[in-house]
Design a protein around this ligand. Structure first.
Ligand code: ZN
Length: 259
């Protein structure tokens, strides 16, 4: 069944094969965005994920309205994505190793970080400390959630403080960068990891290339902010194809376990 045209290479892709390969184009290897559920299935051992702080929900404390009210946006996102926030957190096993796993989803308000995203990261880090589980956060984000004003910016300090407490107590922390990871998330917990893994061609920067180009009024290299350039510049530790992500995480977890 050929019913999907790759938006990067333009080739016709078998949809069943594409979904089976966790949304990677078999021709150009472009890694498409993944929803939380598929990402958990990719990484975690079957049925091992147990959600933590799943009852936390954003509220519209500023009564913020742009073209729509924030409350309506949250309700629409819940309806569309079937999840309650831009990050889902929980305990899980990967290759038999216990971990604390947080997975962001760009389809929920552009993966933006508001107070609930910050609180969930904080509680997950606390859980990791209490149980001595390694912490893994799969990141994708357009930045801070503007509908929460200054409170959304405060989540940068809050998440990094929680992660630093975890690191001080000996909890290893791995971040996995998927396309795109920008703004406040790239400038906080996505970068504060012991090991930073990125998917191929993932954009990982603070301000995106369009904004930087407008600001400095200069042409940027075509690979600005992409994994391959970030690796060369030492911003990330490794680039891992999605099909190899789980086995790479298992190798690292084994290393951290000291066995
Ligand atoms: Zn393609």
């Amino acid at each position: 069944m050929t019913d999907f045209k790759c938006e990067i290479c333009g080739k016709d892709v078998d949809l069943d094969l594409f979904l089976k390969d966790f949304k990677v184009c078999p021709f150009c290897s472009h890694h498409y965005m993944l929803d939380v559920k598929t990402r958990i299935n990719l990484i975690a051992d079957t049925d091992s994920f147990n959600e933590i702080a799943g009852n936390l929900k954003s509220i519209d404390f500023l009564n913020f309205t742009d073209t729509k009210s924030y409350s309506d946006r949250i309700a629409e996102c819940e309806q569309k994505t079937g999840i309650s926030e831009a990050i889902i957190t929980g305990s899980a096993r990967i290759g038999g190793y216990n971990v604390c796993l947080g997975v962001m989803d760009f389809s929920f308000m552009g993966g933006s970080m508001g107070s609930v995203v910050g609180e969930k990261v904080k509680r997950l880090a606390d859980f990791a400390v209490a149980n001595k589980f390694p912490l893994i956060l799969v990141c994708t984000s357009g930045g801070a959630r503007m509908q929460e004003g200054i409170i959304s910016l405060m989540q940068m300090a809050k998440t990094v403080s929680a992660i630093n407490r975890a690191k001080d107590s000996g909890v290893p922390y791995i971040s996995v960068i998927s396309n795109p990871t920008t703004g406040g998330v790239s400038a906080s917990f996505a970068t504060a990891a012991d090991i930073i893994i990125a998917e191929p061609q993932a954009l990982f920067c603070f301000a995106g290339p369009r904004v930087v180009k407008q600001t400095i009024k200069k042409e940027l290299p075509p690979d600005f902010g992409l994994s391959e350039r970030n690796l060369k510049n030492g911003q990330i530790d490794m680039i891992v194809n999605r099909k190899d992500l789980k086995k790479t995480l298992i190798k690292i977890l084994k290393l951290f376990s000291g066995k």
